[in-house]
Design a protein around this ligand. Sequence first.
Ligand SMILES: Cc1cc2nc3c(=O)[nH]c(=O)nc-3n(C[C@H](O)[C@H](O)[C@H](O)COP(=O)(O)O)c2cc1C
Length: 228
Amino acid sequence: MKILVLNGSPKRDASDTMHLTRAFLEGMKNAGEQEITTVHAVDKHIEYCTGCFSCMRNGGTCVLDDDMREILEEILNSDVLLFNFPLYCYGMPAPLKALVDRILPLSSMRMEKIGERYEHVGQADFSHLRYVMICGCGFPNSKHNFEPAIAQFELLFPEGRTIFTVPESPLFGVPEAGEVTEPRLALVREAGRVFAETGTVPDALIEAIGTPMIPEEVYAGMVNGTMQ
Ligand SMILES: Cc1cc2nc3c(=O)[nH]c(=O)nc-3n(C[C@H](O)[C@H](O)[C@H](O)COP(=O)(O)O)c2cc1C
């Protein structure tokens, strides 16, 4: 399978969330050979979408000539788009949002009603794509935190998506926390293997991956302790 990792963390490979993505990809590799390309959004020249809509009327060419041309090619040549990002202000970090806005050329201006809402009709065939979101965050709570990012991803990619959200993710960057992070990464590896074999991950496994690794009061106490 061809997997395109779109990393929204400005910390690149040093990202807390990338520990989860690497484990997921390791699991996928346990199921078979995978071709993986990683794009660190922060390193790419991606201008902001100007909102001119010419791409949606002209068959899909953006007026801006920057790294997005190559990334759009990569997207269409992939089987899986894996969005790795830390939660920033309840959403995705700005470099990744700029990239996502610039995916507009794959859609046409035409809109059609699907269920209860309107969607743009594609002007490229991306029906083969599957979408994975792996999102870490700094607070111990998932509720009142991840909802906007999940809702955005679900609306962007209504079909074929798998979403993982993991609180307390700075722990992945702390070697002393291995006792709690290693078992969690083992679950993520398992999720990657199952995803590669079946194209989905059971809800129970997604839920187990998304629970806090240590009690929230303990985590908050640790963070507050280091900040004093
Ligand atoms: C600008 C900014 C905004 C953030 N917003 C949130 C937030 O809304 N909720 C949260 O739980 N953590 C938030 N965090 C914490 C990060 O999600 C957390 O530090 C994460 O582990 C960073 O992941 P990374 O190493 O993959 O970049 C924010 C961090 C920054 C720098």
